[in-house]
Design a protein around this ligand. Structure first.
Ligand code: NAD
Length: 269
């Protein structure tokens, strides 16, 4: 028996990094997983990895910045698996620039990919999460089980981070809106929480090279390591483990919180 047997989950940005590790973990725990990413090739690899382990997955390539595509994503989940129980809003991106030189375009892009994606996908999930729960309450006085929404903030929003005015604007808003949604959706048995990853080794935190918009300077990587109490950088599975808790019934009385997953990073606890 897996702790997510019979559950249907969507993980956005599941083609790489934290999203891929989470999709794999949820499938291992028994969920049928809709693997969303804007990048078809890597998302297809995640699906193959899940299927190779005997899990169930559906590939859905979509840009969740676009409301219509977000609706297509949640509908695809329900068309294929008959329902939706879990939404992990993981898709995100960085475009670091010091504030004095940050263009409006760079600000908007990072706000869209980190904040609007979750707004759109979660709203597109409402008919399948809120409305279904409401019908259950009407028919039998309570929900059959709690449904789960998880957002992805960042330790950068807890501490501030030079070069990330855009990113911390979006990730800070996620902490606030997680609380608001938890209050709105609690009466429908829907738990709404967020994770705030610290330094997790993915392409977003790889050493910056001249030919990439992503990554961070090697000096900052070393500095981050020195601040982490547990003495190592995080790996995507460290976040997947917390996602697995937040989408399972083990967290049925946890809502409205943002859990820092930082290895005890100084300033980010
Ligand atoms: P990643 O770049 O390895 O993976 C993110 C995935 O999201 C990519 O596969 C990308 O193609 C996809 N994506 C981007 N825009 C999308 C869109 N519009 N629609 C659908 N998919 C889209 O990054 P990661 O490090 O695994 O980050 C995952 C989440 O964790 C992000 O929200 C990120 O901001 C957050 N986070 C990461 C760290 C870290 O240290 N890596 C720290 C704090 C927060």
């Amino acid at each position: 028996m897996g702790r997510l047997d019979d559950r249907v989950a969507i993980v956005t940005g599941a083609g790489r990094g934290i999203g891929r590790a989470t999709a794999l973990r949820l499938a291992r725990d028994g969920a049928s997983v809709v693997v969303n990413d804007i990048d078809a090739e890597v998302a297809g690899e995640t699906v193959s990895l899940i299927e190779a382990e005997g899990g169930t997955a559906l590939l859905h390539v979509a840009d969740t910045v676009d409301m219509e595509q977000a609706h297509g994503l949640t509908k695809a989940a329900v068309d294929r698996f008959g329902k939706l129980d879990i939404l992990v809003n993981n898709a995100g991106i960085t475009r670091d620039k010091m504030f004095h030189g940050m263009s409006e375009e760079t600000f908007d892009f990072v706000m869209d990919v980190n904040l609007k994606t979750g707004f759109h996908t979660t709203q597109a999930a409402m008919p399948y999460l809120r409305e279904v729960a409401k019908a259950e309450i009407k028919a039998q006085g309570k929900v059959a089980y709690n449904r789960k929404i998880v957002f992805t903030s960042s330790v950068a929003a807890l501490m501030g981070n030079p070069g990330q005015y855009n990113y911390t604007a979006a990730k800070g808003a996620i902490i606030a809106t997680t609380k608001t949604l938890a209050r709105e959706l609690g009466p429908f048995g829907i738990n709404v929480n967020a994770v705030a990853p610290g330094f997790i080794e993915t392409r977003l935190t790889a050493a910056k090279t001249d030919d990439s918009d992503l990554g961070i300077p090697e000096q900052m990587r070393q500095m981050s390591l020195m601040l982490i109490s547990l003495g190592r950088l995080g790996v995507p599975e460290d976040i997947a483990n917390v996602h697995a808790f937040l989408v399972s019934s083990d967290s049925d009385f946890v809502s409205g919180v943002t859990i820092p997953v930082t290895g005890g990073q100084l300033g980010g606890m």
